[in-house]
Design a protein around this ligand. Structure first.
Ligand code: CMP
Length: 140
């Protein structure tokens, strides 16, 4: 059965000009793009998206970064899409990310880490709904 997950190509990766390489990695690994758009988040929108992290010491810096430039938000679909996406991204800290993963290839540091992916089905539902109305998600 097909699963949906939210992916974000963060402002650092967009600035590096690697949108295409990241999307190609998803497509080559069996994930389909079910929705996609370019956004430039306001600070408020970034803080809303990362609200679960609001008590963390890095919250202000993270949300300033996420609102610093354009990002690409996508819904990925496929069997085991949540886990598959996390596998392709690699560890949050690029210094610990396995060779060939997106974060090892494109991240700058633990904050500017190129991509975001939902970590569980419930989070995926909430995160997808934050950016995409149901009707904008292609069902295939
Ligand atoms: P992401 O997968 O989008 O989920 C939360 C984000 O917070 C994470 O990627 C990083 O961008 C950021 N983050 C996590 N841990 C730290 C940290 N220790 N210092 C700074 N940023 C962090």
């Amino acid at each position: 059965m097909s699963e949906l997950t939210l992916s974000i190509i963060k402002p650092d990766a967009v600035a590096k000009g690697v949108i295409g390489e990241i999307v190609a990695t998803f497509e080559k690994n069996g994930l389909k793009i079910a929705a996609m758009k370019m956004v430039h988040l306001s600070r408020r929108e970034a803080r809303g998206f990362y609200a679960v992290h609001r008590e963390r010491p890095f919250f202000d810096s993270l949300t300033d970064f996420m609102s610093s430039g354009p990002a690409v938000v996508m819904v990925l679909s496929g069997a085991g899409a949540i886990g598959k996406n996390r596998e392709l991204m690699g560890a949050t800290n690029p210094a610990e990310a396995a060779a060939g993963t997106l974060r090892q290839r494109f991240a700058t540091d633990i904050e500017k880490n190129a991509v975001h992916g939902s970590d569980a089905p419930e989070t995926a539902r909430t995160e997808i709904a934050y950016f995409f109305p149901e009707l904008d998600i292609v069902n295939r």
